[in-house]
Design a protein around this ligand. Structure first.
Ligand SMILES: C[S@@+](CC[C@H](N)C(=O)[O-])C[C@H]1O[C@@H](n2cnc3c(N)ncnc32)[C@H](O)[C@@H]1O
Length: 258
């Protein structure tokens, strides 16, 4: 495969074409443990109505559907290619009516979901691509039942959790959730040993293009930032907020309150 680093990074945000096919395969393996953890860490109950935003190849959707046998799992992703892939992976649950996968963007959630509300909303490795983070989070808030939760899940080097270098990024998300009107925020993290070590050619190739070498078997961790919709929402004073929203590709910047 010939692709530039920029083309790969753009394609992670919205997988399309032959690079998207390749990245779908990469994510299916590379993000497997993270997505299995994501489905568990949000504490899904068997009756829950759950939404996943940016489901990619659909692993978390598959895991969630096992955990909510008496509930329902809905997914939304704006990549038509990922919708096709995730529909294949979840064909049985879709046929049973337990899973519904939609093509649409998080910025226009209500267009796809109407007034539908959920007990839990989860977003794995995708919040860094949302266009206006605070506005998008507040639209998500509108699709949660009172007491419902939004969990933003990120894949990071385990070392960055151990040495605290991911703290600024966690604070950036937590602050934005607060400014979007969420009531409380808590953070969990977990080292994720790789269990699915099948060789896939895309892994080596993607890592060589992204970082100039095959990243090897470094440890990864999952970070889960969960915010609750409280019954007494607060409003933020936008005039006091200076926000650098250049958060593409996971390069989160910090918030400065003036
Ligand atoms: C890096 S992939 C992660 C996929 C999957 N969650 C995983 O962990 O393997 C990001 C996914 O989010 C989707 N996405 C990004 N921005 C989105 C948006 N604004 N609205 C809907 N989906 C979006 C992309 O199409 C892609 O499938």
């Amino acid at each position: 495969m010939v692709a530039s680093r920029e083309a790969l990074l753009e394609n992670f945000a919205k997988p399309e074409g032959y690079i998207g096919e390749f990245l779908g395969d990469y994510m299916l393996h590379e993000n497997y443990e993270l997505n299995v953890w994501a489905a568990k860490v949000i504490n899904a109950q068997k009756h829950d109505h759950i939404l996943e935003i940016g489901f990619g190849p659909g692993i978390a959707i598959q895991e969630l559907s096992k955990l909510v046998p008496d509930g329902r799992v809905v997914g939304i992703d704006y990549s038509d290619l990922m919708v096709v892939k995730a529909k294949k992976l979840n064909a049985e649950a879709i046929q049973k009516g337990q899973v519904k996968l939609l093509s649409g963007s998080v910025e226009n959630l209500s267009l796809s979901l109407g007034e539908e509300q959920f007990d839990k909303i989860v977003a794995v490795n995708t919040a860094m691509y949302w266009k206006d983070t605070i506005q998008t989070m507040s639209k998500i808030l509108g699709h949660l039942k009172p007491g419902g939760t939004l969990s933003i899940i990120l894949h990071r080097a385990d070392q960055s959790v151990r040495d605290g270098s991911c703290q600024d990024e966690i604070k950036w998300y937590s602050d934005n959730l607060y400014y979007a009107g969420f009531g409380s925020v808590y953070v969990q993290s977990q080292t994720l040993p790789r269990t699915k070590r099948e060789f896939i050619s895309s892994r080596k190739t993607v890592q060589e293009i992204l970082w100039g070498y095959d990243g090897g078997e470094y440890d990864l961790a999952g970070i889960c930032i969960t915010a609750t919709k409280s019954s007494t929402p607060h409003l933020y004073d936008a005039t006091k907020l200076y926000l650098n929203v250049d958060n593409r590709f996971g390069i989160a910047r910090s918030i400065t309150l003036t």
